[in-house]
Write a protein that binds this ligand. Structure first.
Ligand code: BG6
Ligand code: MG
Length: 215
């Protein structure tokens, strides 16, 4: 049986994936590095410095660690401006109902987010108290696609991986779930998220019975 649902945040519960994209493309533009939505698919789920390294590599730009930290801070400030006005109305449609169904069935709700801004976004959305356990960038050594972040949540619940479902909008995040040997749900396009056991366009299309039948 499935006893835990472990959600990614950005792009799964709210549209912050778009804000990360806007902030990275502004930075890439300043560096004169070409950056499009296909590049962005590679970056979804990837931590801040890993994302910056991808852009610098693409543009053959060589910088010192100090210069990299300055650029990462700059992107983050831009991102934080973009999320500043977020409120509970920015929660994707269907999340409240899905969480209520999970709670009713005594299924644990976890968060596995690579973002150092995760706690702030959860608070803006008004859902910080909905999670039985939250793992964010501060809790893990290895980012997605490494399985550590999803396994950290499963361990907090004392559950084996095959009793957990991970829900992700990113290629790197799905790889993390698959490596953790958990069941997986993709949120987005099936062509991009082909690794997932099942893919829905968005959370409001979630079919709980279908997902519970995975185990
Ligand atoms: C992930 C996003 O959730 O968090 C990435 O999918 C982002 O796009 C990463 O780069 C790190 O976020 P932050 O807020 O720590 O820069
Ligand atoms: Mg995501």
């Amino acid at each position: 049986a499935i006893n835990a649902f472990i959600f990614d945040l950005d792009g799964v519960l709210t549209d912050t994936a778009e804000y990360h994209y806007l902030a990275w493309s502004a930075l890439a533009n300043e560096l004169a590095v070409p950056f499009d939505r296909d590049d962005n698919e590679q970056l979804k789920g990837v931590d801040r410095m890993g994302s910056l390294d991808y852009i610098l590599k693409k543009g053959n730009v060589n910088l010192t660690e100090q210069q990299k930290l300055t650029l990462a801070d700059k992107k983050n400030l831009h991102y934080q401006q973009l999320i500043n006005d977020m409120s509970p109305k920015d929660l994707f449609e269907g999340v409240t109902e899905l969480f209520a169904q999970l709670k009713q069935q005594n299924i644990n709700i976890g968060l596995a987010s690579a973002s150092k801004n995760a706690q702030m976004v959860l608070e803006r959305l008004g859902i910080a108290d909905q999670f039985d356990y939250v793992a964010d960038a501060a809790k893990v050594a290895q980012g997605k696609p490494h399985p550590e972040i999803f396994l950290t949540v499963a361990e907090a619940f004392f559950l084996p991986a095959d009793q957990c479902v991970g829900i992700e909008d990113s290629i790197a995040g799905l790889q993390s779930i698959v490596s953790a040997k958990m069941h997986s749900v993709g949120i987005g396009q099936p062509e991009v998220l082909y690794q997932a056991d099942v893919v829905y366009a968005d959370i409001k299309s979630f079919n709980l019975q279908q997902v519970l039948a995975l185990a």
